[in-house]
Design a protein around this ligand. Structure first.
Ligand SMILES: *Cc1c(COP(=O)(O)O)cnc(C)c1O
Length: 400
């Protein structure tokens, strides 16, 4: 028996009406978190990073699965993302890893959301804006080589600590940094960042005259490679979704990751074209002989960008090539033989023993795997599977 995607009409036929969907395997997310937890000493906590709608998988569903599998807190990039999780009823601790407007520090605090701080000006503005002087939980960000956000010098650190002491309603819960090269084979830059972070932690704690409870620097790549850098929290992003942080370190991963995201569609038209027939805009593809051409209802407005033209998809467990330009909502493939309308097409994922992985698609597009699920747009419904069963669906075009 061929295993061709899900039989969506059995249980989700009234949740969306187009025949293109993403399937998110929550069991895979849970398995990846559980495997990581086995690797970590019991005093090291796990932050599940669910920014950018859970790397395109769905933040709420992924957050729930990760917490169930033993994650301790959640990380997002934006205050809006954190608030959306709260609105969905998620009570787990959340840290906004990116910039929050100082005038919104109160709003974060009211919703029990921790914020990232790294500038004295920010603290002054947040202190001036706070109405209630309620406890504002924060993590101090140190820039040890990413060049993005964070304290870079001892003077900046000192100025920040002075203000933290002046305004005791800022509660320093954590201190962290972010690695720029943890996914590369050469570890020298990363080792230097590590040393700078250790020195910064010591200095800030000395100035604060107390220990900071939570210290963290490892993303997926560092967590899976460097056991001496856990501190007491690691930030698990890409590999929670079953993807390797880079191609180079794939052979070094301590356990097999399970890819959670797959993308499917169904053929809407099958036609035998004569030799020399033009396909799609510009008629850039001409059939070289009689060819079976299938039309698939996915296009660049779904994030299946035009650069995928010439790439492969799976039909009945075999590879078929995308021909001609990809349209906004549709594309064409050339088929080895006639198949029925309604046949499942897998663009990312497995049919039988054949797989097109996220890494295959990333390689085709000359980019990193992170970018692929993030760019599959909200127009494509996300179907959630757990224990083999469809348990939920997110349809942003026509919400039920
Ligand atoms: C996105 C992000 C992570 C997660 O990184 P992965 O490589 O996906 O594990 C960790 N920390 C910060 C600050 C981030 O922005």
């Amino acid at each position: 028996m061929l295993e061709v995607g899900i039989h969506m009409h059995d249980s989700t036929g009234d949740l969306f009406y187009r025949d293109t969907w993403v399937e998110v395997d929550l069991d895979a997310i849970e398995a990846n978190v559980r495997q990581l937890k086995k690797l970590l000493p019991s005093n090291v906590q796990v932050m599940a990073v669910v920014k950018a709608n859970g790397y395109g998988h769905g933040a709420v569903q992924v957050a729930e699965a990760a917490m169930e599998a033993g994650a301790d807190m959640l990380g997002v990039a934006l205050l809006d993302e954190a608030l959306a999780l709260r609105k969905a009823g998620i009570v787990a601790p959340i840290l906004v890893l990116g910039y929050v407007r100082p005038e919104n520090a109160d709003l974060a605090a009211e919703n029990n959301i921790a914020v990232t701080v790294f500038q004295r000006e920010w603290l002054e503005k947040a202190a001036a804006a706070t109405k209630s002087q309620q406890k504002i939980t924060c993590h101090i960000k140190i820039d040890t080589g990413m060049g993005r956000l964070g304290i870079r010098t001892a003077e900046e650190g000192k100025a920040l600590v002075n203000l933290l002491k002046k305004y005791p309603f800022f509660e320093v819960q954590g201190i962290f940094t972010h690695f720029a090269t943890a996914d590369e084979l050469n570890t020298s830059y990363q080792e230097n960042q590590q040393k700078l972070f250790a020195a910064a932690v010591a200095e800030i704690e000395r100035l604060l005259e107390k220990e900071i409870p939570v210290k963290h620097c490892s993303n997926s790549a560092a967590a899976l490679r460097f056991s001496d850098q856990y501190y007491n929290l690691i930030r698990f992003g890409i590999s929670m979704y079953g993807l390797s942080p880079s191609r180079e370190i794939k052979p070094l991963l301590p356990f097999p990751l399970q890819e959670a995201f797959s993308l499917h569609s169904k053929i809407t038209r099958v036609k035998q074209m004569p030799e020399g027939a033009g396909i799609s805009y510009g008629a850039t593809y001409k059939t070289s002989e009689e060819e079976w051409i299938g039309t698939i209802p996915i296009g660049y407005a779904d994030g299946w960008i035009r650069a995928n033209s010439g790439g492969e998809v799976l039909v009945k467990g075999k590879k078929a090539t995308i021909v001609g330009r990809i349209c906004m909502d549709q594309l064409m493939i050339t088929l080895p033989e006639k198949v029925d309308v309604g046949t499942v097409v897998t663009l990312i994922g497995k049919q039988g023993s054949v797989r097109i992985s996220m890494d295959d698609v990333a390689a085709r597009l000359n980019t990193i795997n992170y970018e692929i699920p993030c760019t599959i747009t909200a127009r494509v419904p996300r179907v959630y599977r757990k224990n083999g069963k469809v348990i939920d669906c997110e349809n942003n075009v026509f919400p039920s």
